[in-house]
Design a protein around this ligand. Structure first.
Ligand code: AMP
Length: 614
């Protein structure tokens, strides 16, 4: 199947665009640019490249029920997907149709569903061969097949301990429901049918509205079923790490619950209590064993000890999640970190055909049958040459030729545009990728970062990729102090002139988990060197501005343990889905800033101007 669609990528893409245009030529949106025509060249000439903000007025009209539904597409909407909203502002509403729901869910689901569940009907509707559809067996969809090749059929030997969180749906004034794509997936009857057999988390814990209670119970039930667990995971790596830290902070209570067979009183959610009443039985032997494991001095490799049959960690470790992999590796003791898919609420985009590749090496293979792609070349290589900043804006895009899927060039960075069956036309996903090669006629790429996440305190713009690289270089110095950088984010501080970059760091000792003394242990010389190192590795304009005192010295603010947990709580209480939460690379709101600022334990500034190019 994958061979067929990747070989016929060009035809599949052409056919898909043709279908989208002929179906939707009469919509208000396309009429305005194409006047009823469906010509593909005209489409690229006349229909503008847009961001979410550009189409928001159309989406708002649909959501507010003030207009008929054929504003963006002819097919009726069944609701909206809510994006996580933390990587680039507020959550967005992405239209869903009955048909598209199948495609998106198939790829946004936790990977088990890719592994075992039959693809939902219609998933392969883009494929030219009906016969292949008939032959599709439950366990041989794309990603499932590559996992199967490496690990065998894990669903026959055990369960998955995945931290999964559903978020309540929101009803728009038009009566359409908006929910996180993952929540929609969890509500699917096919998911609920396989849940008890394949997962350790009961349905009630996934749907528990209190995330702390949900996490506690999911981990408790995961520990109880430790002998059955073969995969640990969540959608994003940050969530897996939070889960491990949660156990680190709460293992005594978890063990006590297991010993007595009684769940803690503060678990008040009736669903969680009901699930506990069915699963939790007094088991002093297991409690003693777990206590033994957890009370060891170093937590290195703890995941293997707690869940000895685990084969791999299934979670997205690329992009913004790369920052968590060092710590995950520490806890997971050599277990493979498997990033299965690249997907977003706007569409299912790509899969990883080599699940065992290291997170920093993962290349995703595009699925040419889900949305129609165009690629906006980014002039400079945004990965390997940090002197050049990634700078794009919509007005520049108007003059820029886009490249079709099959014509992208290896080594080149692009921003992805999608035209989807859900009413998005030449829409900027705002993700940047670097093409690494081809599988048949379909490109493979590494995820580079979000286009719109940038720091800037003057005219300069610093991309997410720049920040990631700068932090990666500086944090190596922490090794000298026996410390690990656990989380970070950044902030463009313009409260004084000139403005300066602030990087918030949460740090902990390699041994043990308590960072209360970290502030005292930090050698100012090393920390100042960390500041300078970051500046040295930032782009040309930044360093030039620093020399000319247009930007002041970069500052590291070390925050106490739990500060980033508090940031997460803030975003979740403001509507972000916990399952899809990603620590923002840049802080943009006063509230979020206050959360971190109120937890600062030490501050350091770069003592010199960064190294300039000759
Ligand atoms: P959302 O719109 O909330 O569904 O989030 C989708 C965004 O998450 C994408 O646009 C990417 O920025 C990010 N994302 C999804 N999958 C991956 C991946 N495999 N690697 C890196 N980032 C990803």
């Amino acid at each position: 199947m994958l061979e067929e669609i990747t070989t016929n990528a060009r035809q599949i893409q052409e056919q898909l665009l043709g279908e989208i245009l002929s179906k939707n030529a009469e919509t208000e949106y396309l009429q305005g640019f194409l006047h009823g025509q469906t010509d593909k060249q005209l489409f690229k000439k006349n229909v503008p490249i847009v961001t979410y903000d550009d189409i928001k007025p159309y989406i708002d009209r649909i959501a507010n029920g003030k207009a008929s539904f054929d504003i963006l597409l002819v097919e009726p909407l069944i609701g909206f997907s809510l994006t996580a909203g933390t990587a680039g502002g507020q959550p967005k509403l992405i239209p869903i149709t009955a048909e598209s729901a199948n495609v998106t869910e198939a790829l946004d689901l936790p990977e088990t569903l890719l592994l075992k569940a039959p693809p939902p009907s219609g998933y392969w509707h883009r494929n030219s061969s009906e016969e292949l559809l008939q032959q599709q067996s439950p366990k041989t969809n794309h990603f499932g097949l590559s996992i199967y090749r490496h690990f065998g059929d894990l669903s026959q030997v055990g369960k998955r301990m995945e931290l999964l969180y559903a978020k309540p749906e929101v009803e728009t004034p038009s009566g359409l429901k908006a929910s996180a794509v993952t929540t929609r997936a969890f509500k699917e009857s096919s998911f609920q049918a396989i849940l008890p057999k394949l997962y350790t988390s009961p349905y009630e814990t996934i749907f528990c509205p209190d995330t702390k209670q949900s996490t506690y119970c999911q981990l408790l039930f995961g520990l109880i079923q430790r002998d059955e667990v073969v995969v640990i995971g969540s959608i994003f790596a940050a969530t897996v790490l939070r889960g491990i830290k949660f156990i680190e902070n709460n293992w005594r209570e978890l063990c006590s619950n297991i010993k007595t067979g009684k769940i803690s009183d503060w678990i008040t959610d009736s669903g969680c209590r009901k699930a506990a009443s069915l699963i939790l039985k007094p088991n002093p032997k297991l409690a003693d064993l777990l206590e033994d494991i957890c009370s060891c001095k170093s937590w290195e490799g703890i995941v293997r000890k707690l869940w000895p049959k685990t084969k791999y960690i299934g979670t997205v470790c690329t992009g913004a999640m790369l920052q968590f992999t060092a710590e995950l590796e520490f806890y997971c003791g050599g277990l493979p970190l498997v990033s299965g898919i690249y997907a977003c609420s706007e569409g299912a985009i790509a899969i990883n055909m080599e699940p065992l590749s290291k997170p920093s090496d993962v290349s995703y293979t595009i699925l040419p049958n889900t949305v129609y792609y165009e690629f906006l070349p980014i002039k400079e290589d945004c990965v390997t040459d940090s002197q050049n900043q990634v700078q794009l804006n919509t007005s520049r895009h108007k003059d820029t030729e886009t490249v079709d899927l099959v014509n992208v060039k290896p080594g080149q960075c692009y921003e992805i545009l999608v035209t989807s069956p859900t009413g998005l036309y030449r829409y900027r996903v705002e993700d940047i990728i670097k093409v690494t090669g081809f599988h048949n006629n379909t490109p493979q790429f590494q995820f580079v970062g979000r286009q719109n996440v940038a720091l800037g305190v003057d005219m300069e713009r610093t991309s997410e990729a720049d920040i990631l690289k700068a932090v990666a270089e500086a944090k190596a110095l922490l090794d000298l102090l026996g410390l690990i950088l656990t989380e970070y984010t950044s902030y463009g501080d313009t409260s004084s002139t000139p403005g300066h970059y602030v990087i918030f760091w949460e740090i902990k000792p390699k041994e043990g988990n308590n960072n209360n003394n970290v502030g005292k242990e930090l050698d100012p010389k090393v920390m100042e060197e960390c500041c300078s190192k970051m500046e040295d590795s930032l782009h040309f304009t930044y360093r030039m501005y620093r020399k000319e005192n247009i930007i002041a010295a970069l500052e590291i603010r070390v925050v106490k343990q739990g500060a980033f947990e508090a940031l997460l709580d803030y975003f979740v209480s403001n509507g972000a889905s916990l399952s899809q939460y990603k620590t923002p690379i840049c802080i943009k709101t006063k509230e979020a800033l206050n959360i971190l600022d109120s937890r600062v334990i030490a501050k350091f500034f770069s003592p010199r101007t960064p190294i300039q190019d000759n």
